[in-house]
Design a protein around this ligand. Sequence first.
Ligand SMILES: NC(=O)c1ccc[n+]([C@@H]2O[C@H](COP(=O)([O-])OP(=O)(O)OC[C@H]3O[C@@H](n4cnc5c(N)ncnc54)[C@H](O)[C@@H]3O)[C@@H](O)[C@H]2O)c1
Length: 238
Amino acid sequence: MSPDPAAPLAGEVALVTGARGRLGPVWARALEEAGAEVVAIDVDDADVTDRTSLEAVRDRLERAPSVLVNNAGIDQPPDAGAGAVLDHGEFLRVLDVNLAGAFNATLVFGEPMVAAGRGAIVNIGSLYASIAPEPGFYDHLEGFLKPPAYGASKAGLVQLTKYFARLWGPRGVRVNTLSPGGVRAEQDPQFLAKYCARVPLGRMAEPEDLTGPLVFLASEVSRYLTGHELRVDGGFTA
Ligand SMILES: NC(=O)c1ccc[n+]([C@@H]2O[C@H](COP(=O)([O-])OP(=O)(O)OC[C@H]3O[C@@H](n4cnc5c(N)ncnc54)[C@H](O)[C@@H]3O)[C@@H](O)[C@H]2O)c1
């Protein structure tokens, strides 16, 4: 049966990690508006790098989530200097949250979906899963180096998506990546001009540009889609 276009997630429980940052509340609101009951967790409720803390959240829920949005993510401050950005420990820390964290949540909340025979997991990637940061975007800023760990973690997440899509597709659980382009915030005017000149649609993403694609991937509207990376980047990676 096709989902109700006005409420394609009616009756579903959706869990969002990293839900109190910039995009987390945007995802939570969109899922709610699409009819889902939303469980929004952040590091104070459960640290994605600690599987037992995720299990504790899962065990407290009255209803098991049928939608998981792996949104928790960190980046290193680009003005931290090459020493920090290229540090081994810092590199591992980013991979731990962005990649191993999504792996943990996928197991903790995805295994009950497999047992139930249905579910949808959306991993929040990035355009930097596909392309490297352009150093010229930052050359007006002294000592500014975009770290390599972030893109490596997001590229890994795309692969993790494919892994679980293959493993769990036959069990009724779909797994996809939503990779946003840069989202408009307080970027400096020079960066903004250089970045936007590279985007076919001519601007950075507004949070609202991302919500339709999220609901699409989370709901039965995309029921024949799994293992896919949906790039919502204004054409940047085209
Ligand atoms: N904002 C963008 O331009 C943009 C672009 C592409 C992709 N993304 C991705 O979207 C997601 C959200 O980005 P954002 O801009 O809202 O970032 P943000 O930093 O505002 O929010 C991230 C949230 O994750 C939480 N978090 C960090 N470590 C955690 C942990 N160990 N366990 C649980 N939660 C943890 C933080 O507390 C924070 O609330 C990230 O995965 C990011 O990589 C963002």
